[in-house]
Design a protein around this ligand. Structure first.
Ligand code: M6R
Length: 614
């Protein structure tokens, strides 16, 4: 994520940019900055960049004594992807004449950076964004007559990946140029002034008339008007829209809660986790250049995590053992260091954490490192304590998760674990060419299928209302869907306060079957694939005791309907990837039960987003 704002008009723009960034802080808050045109003494108008690490308040402190006073400017609040949070990596990035803010990930950044260095370009940050500033500046220098819009268009022709950018160039203070591919950008149309933002809340106090940029579009924004072209330079005409949301609901993009918004964001978030890391051509997954221990000597991997991240780790065990045939142990971080774990020098210990700050996970990883393990993490928050303590970090790029109940953080963790499993499987040579190809191709369809499942929200809301009065719920799953049963139960518990248990379906007969009667809803994860027949037998056992069955099953399954009271039909996928899909209906179910009960969905009682105490 990251938040972007831009302004062209007659008003002093720094306060407008800062207010816009405040409304976008939910998109990122590890650094912030502005670039504003300041008329200089020599008659040149140059942009003055002020930026720093930390929350917006730090930038405001910096600006307090010396605020740029221009009327055109851009601003940014960052959620780090390439390069840790620091003053140097904060946006805007400036090269020569050009200042840029960016939200997204440039996939071919390394090739472009090398090429620019050969031309003598000097880089001052670790970001992929700085490349765009250099590319546009090159275009302006090569052709002195080119417009800024055309220079941006030529630069973007060289770029692969996701971007929403806003660019300004010294001595062209009457305009800013915005462009979008895969990351959001909205233009706000004012009276003698115009605005740009990542999201509507940043401009809603100025105008309700907006134009959402589409993929591959470039907008030249002046105070007198806006002109939009496509990447081939062809004019685009589209009528603006009127926003009717309130400012509060705009922050949640019109959703009632952040949790629901984040459930809907999962297709985008998983796309960002995979971006530039999966190659059908090479049949491989790439991990941002992380150097893992040699698989020839790697005897065991231990994954440590808490809560939802621990459930992701349990799925990760299936993925890595199946594809790479390396034994994996999964430990609760809160237990790990107190049981005198056996750590051999060179073991790979992998921490999984959304926040990167969970005290138990941090303490466990420090202990493992002390004993000579190679430590790695899968984390969402860049440069948080856990990544800083590990030798290698693979980031999920889910963007800030605000709802306390983890949703998009979980599915992006699963995606990152699958990337790791494919990467290892290719190196142990246990994942053969054909299987790798098929799996990677299917993996790339997952975001689309997730979006499809989110489309079932209406049906799931009805089911939630029907069973939301129950006192207890049971969740059953087998194999890699057993951790999803645990996750489904945890989600329901934490936000609806209904008691719920997750069980491996085969274990039901060893105890929990005693609980089943007509008042007990049983959520069964039963997609087609290995273990399906066994799950069907478990369903018979529930049915025979009058339990109410809510089944998550594969579209086209005509057998399960005779047993289940409710069927949530999801698209088919490879068995290894099923957890990425089967969890989505369970997130929606717990959300709608909680909403039906009227609980505080985003901030459930007794819980905190980041558990920094033991
Ligand atoms: O930030 P982490 O992933 O390390 O957090 C771990 C757990 O505290 C977290 O997953 C918690 O269980 C969530 N509230 C679950 O929704």
């Amino acid at each position: 994520m990251c938040g972007i704002v831009g302004y062209v008009g007659d008003k002093e723009c720094t306060p407008i940019l800062i207010e816009g960034l405040r409304r976008l802080e939910y998109r990122g808050y590890d650094s912030a900055g502005v670039a504003v045109f300041d008329p200089s003494k020599e008659g040149m108008t140059i942009s003055r960049v002020v930026r720093c690490r930390g929350k917006l308040a730090n930038l405001e402190n910096l600006l307090r004594d010396s605020k740029p006073t221009g009327r055109t400017g851009i601003g940014h609040t960052r959620w780090a992807t390439h390069g840790r949070p620091s003053d140097e990596n904060a946006h805007p990035h400036k090269s020569g004449l050009v200042s840029v803010v960016h939200n997204g990930i440039i996939e071919n950044h390394q090739i472009l950076r090398d090429g620019l260095k050969q031309k003598g370009r000097v880089f001052t940050s670790e970001t992929d964004t700085e490349i765009i500033a250099h590319l546009v500046d090159e275009e302006l220098k090569v052709d002195g007559k080119v417009t800024l819009r055309e220079a941006v268009r030529r630069a973007l022709k060289q770029v692969q990946g996701a971007y929403a950018i806003v660019v300004m160039a010294d001595n062209m203070p009457d305009q800013i140029v915005a462009a979008k591919n895969a990351s959001p950008l909205v233009l706000g149309l004012g009276d003698g002034e115009n605005f740009i933002a990542s999201d509507v809340p940043a401009i809603l106090m100025h105008t309700r008339k907006v134009l959402f940029l589409e993929e591959g579009e470039i907008a030249e924004v002046r105070k007198t008007g806006i002109e939009v072209v496509d990447l081939d330079g062809k004019r685009v005409e589209r009528a603006p829209k009127e926003i009717t949301w309130s400012a509060v609901s705009a922050e949640k993009a019109g959703f009632k809660h952040f949790m629901l918004k984040e459930i809907h964001e999962q297709a985008r978030a998983v796309t960002d986790t995979l971006r530039g890391r999966l190659s059908v051509e090479h049949n491989d997954a790439f991990l941002d250049g992380i150097e893992l221990p040699d698989v020839a000597t790697l005897k065991k991997i231990t994954i440590i995590a808490c809560g939802t991240s621990w459930h992701a780790a349990l799925v990760g065990k299936f993925m890595i053992e199946q594809l790479a045939r390396i034994p994996v142990e999964v430990d609760l971080a809160s237990e790990y260091r107190y049981r005198e774990p056996i750590i051999t020098k060179g073991d790979l210990i992998l921490a999984v954490s959304q926040s990167g700050e969970t005290a138990d996970t941090l303490a466990a990883i420090k202990e493992a490192k002390k004993q000579g393990a190679y430590t790695m993490c899968i984390a969402n928050v860049v440069d948080s304590s856990i990544p800083r303590s590990c030798q290698a970090s693979l980031y999920t790029h889910a963007g800030p998760e605000i709802g306390v109940a983890s949703t998009k953080a979980f599915t992006t963790q699963l995606a990152a674990l699958m990337l790791l499993a494919i990467h290892l499987g290719r190196r142990t040579k246990t994942l053969k060419d054909d299987r790798a190809k098929a799996l990677i191709q299917e993996f790339l369809t997952i975001p689309h299928k997730m979006a499809d499942i989110v489309g079932l929200a209406g049906q799931i809301q009805v089911i939630a209302r029907r069973y939301g009065h129950a006192r207890d719920f049971l969740f059953l799953g087998r194999g890699n869907n057993y951790p999803i049963a645990l996750e489904g139960a945890l989600k329901l518990k934490e936000i609806s306060y209904i008691h719920a248990e997750g069980y491996a379906s085969g274990e039901m007969k060893h105890g929990p079957i005693a609980l089943i009667d007509e008042a007990m809803p049983v959520v069964v994860i039963a997609p087609k694939g290995p273990g399906y027949d066994k799950v069907m037998s478990n369903l018979q056992e529930v049915k025979a005791r009058d339990g109410k069955i809510i089944a998550v099953c594969t579209r086209g399954d005509t057998d399960i309907g005779s047993l289940a009271d409710e069927c949530i039909l999801i698209p088919e996928t490879a068995p290894e990837l099923q957890p990425l899909l089967t969890v989505v209906p369970l997130q929606l179910l717990s959300y709608y039960v909680a909403d039906f009960k009227g609980t505080d969905v985003d901030q459930p009682r007794n819980l905190a987003k980041s558990v920094t105490v033991e």
